[in-house]
Ligand binder design. Structure first.
Ligand code: KDO
Length: 331
């Protein structure tokens, strides 16, 4: 806990230095390389959208340089890298933000956001202004746009049917390595084990874990279907990522360039969102053809248990007052 606090304080200091050191001369193409680090694969729809839409839009003043499969920075260390001035962009998540700014854990709660449209409207709404400003001020990171990863589903190598959270007792469920992610695994009724995204396939293959949770497009892209037997359609989290951009770099851009970056990020996020939605609607059939069982459990039982777990958790104490109700009210 103390280590956490001092890490937060250090990052706030770094971000302040970053802002003070900015200069306003417009940036030229040869000066600016936008290194983007992500654990995602190059064929993930978010990666494709950034390459196909974002990169060409900013080409006159910036070179977009993606690094996939966590090859530049380890999963979960990217925000710190941006805060320190060692990285320009990442695809971050509320779970990563929550490790540094606890109020962000509100978006790690299962069964809160309803769907992709709700997610997009919530991110654009004024209730997010303070949250976004907090990330800029404390980490030196601008959250440009929200990217839809999809509805997370359980994907298991075991055959036992899962109808309710009780059926997950003892199931070793891989989760990303943050406190908020591990809590989600526990809230679902499983025994959560932390593991980096890039290690999932081998862990499923060897039986080090019984399963993992990710949206259907990710399960296909990373070929998890080759080493699992069933997908349980819990839809427990409408998962979101954010295009994270260094505020230090942003402040070096002129107003036109800033507008271009913002528009390009929104357009890339939209392309990615539509692609993920299309894939989600097609992929159940794909997995069934490959021999997996794909079925819906008792979703009400999962929803009730997960929502109760979050509302009575220590995380909820950090959520901005009234924000759950405000999120629910956005149509
Ligand atoms: C994962 O590690 O399961 C996860 O889906 C978590 C997301 O927040 C996101 O970081 C994603 O991995 C990576 O981008 C890899 O697709």
């Amino acid at each position: 806990m103390n280590a956490h606090l001092s890490r937060r304080a250090t990052l706030a200091g770094l971000a302040a230095t970053a802002t003070a050191a900015t200069f306003a001369t417009p940036v030229r193409a040869q000066q600016l390389t936008l290194r983007m680090s992500t654990p995602a694969s190059p064929t993930d729809q978010r990666s494709l959208a950034l390459e196909q839409v974002f990169a060409p839009a900013v080409r006159s003043f910036a070179t977009y340089q993606p690094h996939y499969n966590a090859s530049l920075f380890r999963q979960g260390t990217e925000l710190e890298a941006i805060a320190r001035g060692n990285l320009e962009m990442s695809i971050t998540s509320p779970q990563e933000l929550a490790t540094l700014i606890p109020q962000w854990s509100i978006f790690t709660a299962g069964y809160l956001l309803r769907d992709a449209d709700h997610q997009k409207k919530v991110f654009a709404s004024p209730i997010m202004n303070d949250m976004k400003k907090g990330v800029e001020d404390r980490l030196g990171v601008k959250l440009l746009s929200v990217m839809y990863l999809g509805r997370r589903q359980l994907n298991l190598r075991t055959e036992r049917e899962i109808r309710t959270p009780a059926d997950l007792a003892g199931v070793k469920l891989r989760m990303p390595n943050t406190e908020a992610w591990l809590f989600l695994g526990q809230a679902l009724g499983a025994n959560p084990l932390p593991l980096a995204f890039t290690e999932i396939y081998t862990a499923l293959q060897t039986g080090a874990i019984d399963g993992q949770d990710n949206p259907l497009p990710t399960n296909r892209d990373s070929r998890f279907y080759e080493v699992t037997k069933q997908i349980v359609l819990t839809s427990h989290l409408v998962d979101q990522n954010y295009i994270a951009f260094s505020k230090r770099v942003w402040d070096r851009l002129n107003a036109d360039q800033q507008r271009t970056v913002q528009t390009a990020a929104d357009a890339a996020a939209e392309q990615g969102r539509q692609a993920q939605l299309r894939l989600e609607s097609e992929l159940e059939a794909f997995f069934r053809e490959r021999g997996l069982r794909v079925y819906a459990p008792d979703i009400a039982a999962f929803r009730t248990r997960v929502q109760q777990a979050y509302l009575s958790s220590k995380f909820a104490a950090d959520w901005p007052r009234g924000m759950v109700e405000q999120i629910n009210a956005i149509q």
